[in-house]
Design a protein around this ligand. Structure first.
Ligand code: PLP
Length: 217
């Protein structure tokens, strides 16, 4: 894999209003540094401990995004430095993020993960639950978090019509509530479907294998 060439080519392909998150989970720091040296500053990880270790080793101008499922008891480890948490699914988790952010005198940006895949998945809130959370009185007391948008993961399929349907569904929910809640980020699209996601309104794509190659677990 030519990581720096992949970064350069991707950046040429995507519109300037779309943020590229380089998903570096399982990859060694040396490979992240190749991306860094090609100008990449936003990295996404899905395990808190791995992200924390990389944060300690990498230059301090990297922005770290937590893109995976978050356990409440681990929030404290990323609260000092995480810049965006993509997959928030409950008020209890927001409460913990708020509490830990306060300890570090920070305000942490979060996205609510919405379930859009037609395939069965345990991740993501349905839109009714998301709205209930956004309008809840409790949320107003969480002064150290900001819900700045939404995140979604489409079905793992090559069926473009289905992907379009799923992304459009999230985009229309996003548009309907964007102004009221001050959203500015719609995180959708990965290596296999980012083009369709961008065509359907994504402002942030999370790309791993198309930059770093396949992951070996
Ligand atoms: C791993 C991961 C990605 C990146 O997947 P690729 O197909 O390698 O681009 C994006 N989003 C989430 C939530 C992930 O866990």
């Amino acid at each position: 894999m030519n990581i720096s060439e992949n970064i350069t080519q991707l950046k040429q392909k995507i519109p300037s209003h779309v943020t590229l998150v380089a998903v570096s989970k399982t990859k060694p720091v040396a490979e992240l540094m190749e991306a860094y040296n090609a100008g990449q500053r936003v990295f996404g990880e899905n395990k808190i401990q791995e992200m924390e270790e990389k944060w300690q080793e990498m230059p301090k101008d990297v922005q770290w995004h937590m893109i995976g499922h978050v356990q409440r008891n681990k929030v404290k480890y990323m609260a000092p430095f995480v810049s965006l948490i993509h997959a928030v699914e409950s008020e209890r988790l927001l409460k913990e993020i708020n509490k830990q952010a306060k300890k570090h005198e920070r305000v942490i940006d979060c996205l609510l993960q919405i379930k859009i895949a037609e395939e069965d998945t345990k991740f993501g809130m349905d839109t009714a639950d998301a709205l209930a959370l956004l309008t809840s009185e409790t949320l107003k007391n969480f002064t150290n978090i900001r819900v700045v948008g939404l995140m979604g993961m489409a079905t793992f399929t090559e069926d473009e019509a289905q992907l379009t349907r799923e992304f459009q569904q999230l985009k229309s929910f996003y548009d309907a509530h964007k102004e009221r809640y001050g959203f500015h980020t719609l995180s959708m699209g990965m290596s296999g479907d980012y083009k369709i996601a961008i065509a359907n309104g994504s402002t942030m794509i999370r790309v791993g294998s198309a930059i770093f190659g396949d992951r070996i677990y």
